[in-house]
Design a protein around this ligand. Structure first.
Ligand code: SF4
Ligand code: SF4
Length: 528
């Protein structure tokens, strides 16, 4: 009887199964998850502290043991064996199961937290109640759905971070930046904000603040209730507010100039942290087509314009008109926004015009004209800023971008669209950093084109869908807005062609100097 031969490999069989240790590790991890599921269905565990600890240790420990069993006995070097043959990593049945489960989880988290057990005025139930002891230990209060989410998010980054380090243990850069994202997630995103909540009392209240979350990623940072809290919290609050503003205008531009957007997207950010660790097995699923690149540029910059409009409207809505009380009045604020945008736009067109592609020039002009006309329209007519109420804009942004795009699509669809859908198509922070990386940064990936054997590993594993091989074949520097500097293209290259470097701005973008076979009139050289 004939069987269907599904293996396309020329060199050997794809891995058929997992070894015994991996099976045991999977069982332990699944038992840990089962505890959470049972809690979700309102099983009342008698000793919550014990059960929660056991569950988290089982999930984290199972993942780490699985990774040790997978990579421990193998030589150092990248192991992506059989990635296109496994159902989970090749958009098969299990990929859809995981994608739908994650998506449903996000839908419940954002819009139906009561099904997770959240009770507004009373004792929590279900899954949220299981996390109450940990929440009380850290911040002194009962858990919320966001505490549950933050804890599981941190456990995922830590456990899969160790897996990532084992997998890429031959590469110092990959190890260092993974330690970095694990540190920032555990310390800055989880522990510090939770402990800061402990300082709050009836007379003193700091807003929940993940210090590494910079506007426009934390689009809500300058909403009135937060600014009020910052100001009423005295010196500490004021320092945090100033830090939030300095992060945008001083820290981010300096670090991006020196190192490119990788300092944030691959070393600090929580979204990037999850994508690089838990999302690592899905990085090859990113869309590499040119049309995806075009869509990416329009969508991500539209989100950026949206968040600029929304934040301007929100801040404008709560500022006063009386200049004798505050120097920052509505008018001063609007003029400042217009001046900053005009300066950025004019500087780009005067100094960097040649480095912008045609559609980027048209897009920049279009967006600039729209924003400035809306500000001018409001200024001269007194009509509602940007034609909509600030609150409507804020709610629309929070729903469409903050929840649906970044959570439901961004993480829920890891197994289908790859791990960086949000970072590539939706994150306004990535848009700003990418803009600067392309035009005002020392970062580039250099290519030693003569060594390239066109194997395509680099393009396959670029999570941002960049066709790295096309640049390598030409020996051209890679200076792309979307590149998050993860370094995986360089790590998987069997020929050492690619190198992430910081260097002088001159001749950084060298595409004009590349000679392609098609472009060169070889007879000219023969005749000379
Ligand atoms: S080009 Fe390389 S460093 Fe940049 S995002 Fe792609 S894989 Fe990462
Ligand atoms: S992985 Fe290296 S050798 Fe292979 S195509 Fe990319 S640059 Fe060339």
């Amino acid at each position: 009887m004939s069987t269907v031969q599904r293996n396309m490999s020329l060199t050997g069989e794809p891995p058929k199964t997992i070894n015994t240790q991996q099976k045991l590790a999977s069982a332990i991890g699944l038992i840990g998850l089962a505890v959470l599921f049972l809690a979700l269905f309102n099983i009342n565990f008698p000793n919550k502290t014990l059960w929660l600890t056991a569950s988290l240790i089982a999930i984290g420990g199972g993942t780490v043991w699985f990774s040790i069993a997978a990579y421990g006995n193998k030589h150092e070097g990248i192991k992506n064996d059989g990635v296109y043959f496994k159902s989970l990593t090749s958009k098969g049945f299990w990929a859809w199961v995981l994608g739908i489960t994650l998506t449903l989880y996000y839908v419940v988290l954002y819009w139906f937290p009561q099904y997770l057990g959240l009770v507004q005025d009373g004792e929590n139930k279900g899954l949220v109640a299981l996390f109450d002891p940990l929440s009380k230990f850290l911040n002194g209060g009962p858990a919320s759905q966001w505490f549950v989410y933050g804890t599981l998010y941190t456990v995922a980054i830590l456990a899969f971070g160790i897996k990532f380090i084992l997998k890429y243990r031959h590469n110092k850069y990959e190890k260092l930046r993974t330690y970095s994202v694990m540190f920032f997630q555990l310390g800055f995103a989880f522990l510090i904000p939770e402990l800061m909540q402990r300082l709050n009392s009836d007379s003193f209240s700091l807003p929940y603040y993940d210090l590494k979350n910079i506007w426009p990623l934390n689009y809500y940072n300058f909403e009135q209730y937060r600014v009020d809290q910052f100001i009423s919290a005295g010196d500490i609050g004021l320092a945090l507010l100033i830090f939030g503003i300095a992060s945008i205008f001083i820290i981010t531009p300096i670090l991006t100039y020196k190192y490119g957007k990788r300092w944030y997207c691959s070393w600090v950010c929580g979204c990037g942290g999850l994508a690089e660790t838990a999302g690592d097995p899905f990085r090859h699923l990113s869309d590499k087509r040119q049309i995806a690149w075009k869509v990416e540029r329009w969508v991500i910059h539209s989100v950026l314009v949206f968040v600029v409009l929304m934040t301007t409207a929100v801040v404008h809505s709560y500022l006063g008109d009386d200049s004798s009380k505050y120097w920052l009045t509505k008018v001063v604020f609007l003029i400042s926004v217009a001046v900053i945008l005009t300066a950025v736009f004019a500087g780009t067109f005067i100094f960097k015009r040649e480095e912008l592609q045609k559609d980027a020039r048209y897009g920049a002009i279009g967006y600039f004209v729209i924003i400035i006309s809306l500000i001018g329209f409001h200024y001269f007519s007194g009509k509602t800023l940007f034609l909509f109420e600030a609150e409507t804009l804020r709610q629309s942004y929070g729903f469409l971008i903050g929840a649906v795009f970044s959570g439901v699509i961004g993480v829920g669809f890891y197994p289908i669209f790859g791990s960086r859908v949000w970072c590539r198509f939706g994150c306004p922070m990535a848009a700003i950093l990418g803009f600067q990386q392309r035009l005002f940064s020392r970062f580039r990936i250099t290519t030693n084109g003569g060594q390239c054997i066109s194997c395509g590993n680099c393009s396959t594993y670029c999570e941002m869908g960049i066709d790295v091989r096309a640049y390598a074949q030409k020996g051209e520097n890679i200076v792309r807005s979307s590149c998050v500097g993860c370094g995986i293209c360089s790590a998987v290259c069997p020929r050492g062609v690619l190198k992430l470097e910081n260097g002088p701005l001159e001749k950084r973008i060298d595409s004009n100097e590349i000679l392609l076979g098609n472009d060169v009139d070889l007879m000219k050289y023969v005749n000379n």
